[in-house]
Design a binder for this molecule. Structure first.
Ligand SMILES: O=c1ccn([C@@H]2O[C@H](COP(=O)(O)O)[C@@H](O)[C@H]2O)c(=O)[nH]1
Length: 311
């Protein structure tokens, strides 16, 4: 199962964190932008090329110490088809370097449309009998609130092509409680969605005790992370909200199990913009990203047992 590959990368790097590549053009150093503007003018193509160079430089610096990247599709779609091409190239580049790639697309729709999303992001697209990889991520974030019809097509692709999904359970944003904290009987909506993840995941169990169906639980809600960790023993957590959104290492430690596994913590702006925070030479942006990945890893693992495969 793809979550096994993620776990193996985490154990190898001893790092339970993922770098979010959400590259707004304003995060890209001037020297890269100027080079691309000179060649392509101020066009979407120039922006997309600048972002690709930015991403590749960061991946080159971190792939040996970081298990995964999480490109957020919105930041590529905003640059049109050129941006989408950069998303594809970023995914392929990171995979070539051995990183696990989770595309943050938060997709969902009715079953028939979901089959198309599943083929696009996780499986293969049928072109007159030829099966072709469209984007080729290892995992995709999804919205489970349409129920099983929207999840089953993804599970099919997960089984066929060794892929995974992360379902929104308790999101990191301030207003997440407006709906997710409401009660259905004596259970919250997010806990109900968590239970559904365990059920969906039972079809795609991996060898380390976690299934191919993960859950998104925000770093900004440590109590709920602890509650979900106890309630969902087979569900791996993607934990966004560390750093820029205020989540901290002690809080996120509640999402981990006794082997230091069970969760991976995301930081996007914190890593991409580390060079701005450090106020170092912008030519050093990728090295600053590496320093931030190391700082974040040390911060998180200081609250965890040594990361190891389960007995
Ligand atoms: O509940 C959620 C789900 C997804 N996200 C995404 O994670 C990153 C966070 O970026 P930072 O810069 O580290 O704050 C971003 O892609 C969000 O779309 C989330 O924040 N919360």
């Amino acid at each position: 199962m793809s979550m096994d590959r993620l776990i193996e990368n985490i154990v190898k790097t001893q790092n339970p964190s993922v770098v979010g590549l959400d590259p707004k053009l304003e995060y890209v150093p001037e020297f890269i932008k100027e080079k691309k503007f000179k060649k392509y003018d101020r066009t979407l193509k120039a922006a997309a090329k600048a972002i690709l160079e930015f991403n590749k430089c960061i991946i080159d610096e971190i792939h040996d110490i970081c298990p995964a990247i999480k490109p957020q599709a919105a930041y590529y779609e905003m640059y049109g088809y050129e941006g989408v091409k950069t998303l594809y190239k970023t995914i392929q580049y990171a995979k070539e370097k051995g990183m696990f790639v989770m595309t943050d697309g938060k997709r969902n729709d009715i079953g028939a449309t979901m089959e198309a999303y599943a083929a696009a992001h996780l499986g293969l697209t049928d072109v007159g009998g030829e099966k072709i990889e469209a984007f080729g991520a290892d995992a995709l974030t999804v919205n489970g609130y349409l129920g099983s019809d929207g999840i089953n097509p993804l599970l099919e692709q997960c089984k066929l092509y060794d892929k995974g999904i992360f379902v929104l359970v308790k999101t990191s944003n301030k207003s997440s409680g407006e709906l997710q904290d409401l009660k259905i009987g004596d259970k919250t909506v997010y806990a109900t969605m968590g239970d559904m993840c365990e059920k969906w995941g039972s079809e795609v169990m991996g060898k380390y005790g976690y299934s191919g169906v993960g859950a998104v639980v925000g770093a900004t809600y440590p109590e709920q992370l602890a509650e979900m960790r106890a309630a969902l023993p087979h569900t791996f957590f993607l934990v966004p909200g560390y750093g820029a959104q205020g989540g901290g290492a002690e809080g996120v430690s509640k999402g981990f199990d006794k082997n230091g596994l069970g969760a991976i913590v995301n930081s996007s702006r914190g890593v991409m913009c580390a060079y701005k925070k450090e106020e170092c030479d912008e030519q050093d942006f990728a090295k600053a990203a590496r320093r931030e990945v190391i700082r974040m890893k040390e911060d998180i693992i200081s609250y965890l047992p040594r990361i190891a495969f389960p007995d």
